[in-house]
Design a protein around this ligand. Structure first.
Ligand SMILES: Cc1cc2nc3c(=O)[nH]c(=O)nc-3n(C[C@H](O)[C@H](O)[C@H](O)COP(=O)(O)OP(=O)(O)OC[C@H]3O[C@@H](n4cnc5c(N)ncnc54)[C@H](O)[C@@H]3O)c2cc1C
Length: 244
């Protein structure tokens, strides 16, 4: 299926934790999305921002790419943010538009090596999508490191474990420093350094806080990761976007 815009319907919604929602979404025309685990869609929330632009927001699929007609996303409510509030409050059956799939955070087709997925915060959605899709394709040797604050109101560890294939080893580095803490990148690099002490990975895929995952890539490069073997998807604090 080619990338493009499509009309979508909220097929199912349920609360997760205190400030987030799990949505099952399908195209109104019943067509497949054609995504790979780790990719995302951009949802047009229909909200007009001050200045006249529409609030279009990215959400990564947390469901396996073995199922292409309906996908799952989890949306954390971010303060008074327009996109996340609309998607936390929207009625089941409502119709919106999305475009996609987008993104290069994905394992190469047929990948059979040793991979590490690193997620911070809400980046766990993309990590789940990658891990579940890799398992559905029979790929082996994948482990997942999740850096998350205590008391995070997004998905719980139980939510993640319930959905993670048995072959994937999950390490939860709880008690991680809060978003914006100046020591966050250094703490993350130390945790990742410990994690890869048992040997190199053929691929490392990172999603979440841009202030953390770019330094992680630099640390892995200094530890010998080949160029191009570490892929990043920044959900927020993207250092490549000057407006943040
Ligand atoms: C590739 C990609 C995939 C994404 N996947 C998901 C996903 O699966 N689930 C999800 O809930 N969100 C995801 N996001 C974030 C999402 O696109 C929106 O930024 C978020 O929902 C806030 O939008 P808003 O309109 O409510 O608030 P805005 O007013 O747009 O955002 C307010 C501020 O909060 C920042 N922000 C966004 N997320 C966080 C966070 N977790 N912690 C701290 N600050 C944050 C934004 O960058 C912005 O600076 C993803 C982002 C990208 C780029």
């Amino acid at each position: 299926m080619a990338q493009g815009s499509a009309k979508i319907r909220i097929a199912h919604a349920e609360p997760i934790g205190q400030g987030a929602r799990l949505l099952r979404i399908e195209r109104v025309d019943g067509a497949e999305l054609g995504f790979a685990g780790g990719q995302y869609v951009i949802i047009n929330t229909g909200v007009t921002l001050p200045g006249g632009k529409l609030a279009k927001r990215a959400y990564s699929m947390l469901s396996s790419d073995a199922e292409q007609r309906a996908v799952e996303v989890a949306v954390k409510r971010i303060g008074a943010g327009p996109g996340s509030n609309v998607l936390n409050d929207i009625a089941v059956g409502a119709e919106l538009e999305w475009s996609g799939p987008w993104g290069k955070l994905r394992l190469p087709p047929g990948f059979s090596g040793r991979a590490l997925v690193i997620a911070t915060d809400t980046g766990i959605t993309a990590a789940l999508g990658i891990a579940r899709s890799a398992a559905a394709a029979g790929a082996a040797q994948l482990d997942l490191l999740w850096l998350v604050e205590d008391g995070e109101t997004f998905v719980s560890e139980a939510f993640v474990r319930e959905r993670l294939p048995a072959a994937v080893r999950l390490t939860v580095a709880g008690g991680f420093l809060p978003v914006g803490h100046p020591e966050r990148p250094a703490r993350a690099c130390a945790l990742v350094g410990d994690h890869v002490a048992d040997g190199p990975r053929d691929a490392v895929l990172c999603a979440g806080d841009g202030a953390v995952i770019y330094p992680i890539r630099d640390r892995l490069a200094s530890l010998g990761a080949p160029e191009g073997s570490v892929l990043l998807e920044s959900f927020f604090n993207n250092p490549m976007k000057k407006s943040l």
